[in-house]
Design a protein around this ligand. Structure first.
Ligand code: 13P
Length: 249
């Protein structure tokens, strides 16, 4: 089923005490929408965050994970480790992982498989760079990212996948895709899914938009037919701003 989701990607921000403060401020805000709310703190604070949000509607999710179950991968965290501290959902394929940690579509396909094998839900991110858009290649780039990492899956697997379109040129830049640009791409993504998996998978898919979403523009972006929610970076670091975005539904 298609859902409304607002997820805060904290990236590499907030130490333990800042994590506790932000969560306690989030819990004080009044949520007036039915959107699912998620926050993704840094790995080292996931356990604490999970415990601090236990009696709330906030789901704590991970920003990344490795594809192996365990082994000689110094510095990495596996799906089963995330699950052992209560985490059920993981963000994969964020453009910062692709750009700074050389994550390729092929690697991401393995990560997606590992997450699904462990019964986790995946928020799969993708999006074109500015040069792609200037060259008119944004649809081709997005289509390839989705195909290469996800199209080996069967239709049933998509029940545990949420897509997040994040145009790289709109991340942390203050430059948001216009609501029409977001809608056009989301519609294209649904069409791409429809071509491969049919109407049911494409209509049930939750597709989030990410890139400079703030309280001032959330309502207009979320108002578009094929935009089912947001993946929020900078504005998720302030409790009032983040819940204002949640309440934009
Ligand atoms: P900003 O909201 O800071 O542009 O970041 C978006 C993002 O990358 C969320 O994953």
């Amino acid at each position: 089923m298609r859902k409304n989701i607002v997820a805060g990607n904290w990236k590499m921000n907030n130490d333990l005490s800042e994590t506790e403060t932000l969560i306690s401020n989030l819990l004080k805000q009044k949520q007036t929408s039915n959107a699912e709310v998620m926050i993704a703190p840094t790995a080292v604070n996931l356990y604490q965050a999970f415990n601090s949000t236990k009696n709330s509607n906030i789901e704590v999710i991970a920003q990344n994970m490795h594809f192996a179950d365990n082994g000689a991968y110094t510095g990495e965290v596996s799906a089963s480790m995330l699950k052992s501290v209560g985490i059920q959902t993981v963000i994969l394929g964020h453009s910062e992982r692709r750009a700074y940690f050389n994550e390729t579509d092929e690697l991401l396909a393995k990560k997606v498989d590992a997450a699904l094998k462990n019964n986790m839900r995946v928020i799969f991110c993708f999006g074109e760079e500015l040069a792609d858009r200037k060259a008119g290649n944004e649809e081709k780039v997005v289509e390839n990212q989705i195909k290469n990492a996800l199209f080996h899956l069967d239709a049933a697997a998509f029940k545990n996948i949420v897509l997040a379109y994040e145009p790289v040129w709109a991340i942390g830049t203050g430059e948001t895709a216009s609501p029409e640009q977001a809608q056009d791409m989301h519609q294209f993504i649904r069409k791409t899914l429809n071509n491969k998996y049919g109407e049911q998978v494409s209509q049930d898919m939750t597709i989030l938009y990410g890139g400079s979403v703030k309280p001032a523009n959330a309502k207009e972006i979320f108002g578009k037919q094929d935009v089912d929610g947001g993946l929020i970076g900078g504005a998720s670091l302030k409790a009032e701003d983040f819940i204002a975005i949640v309440n934009a539904f």
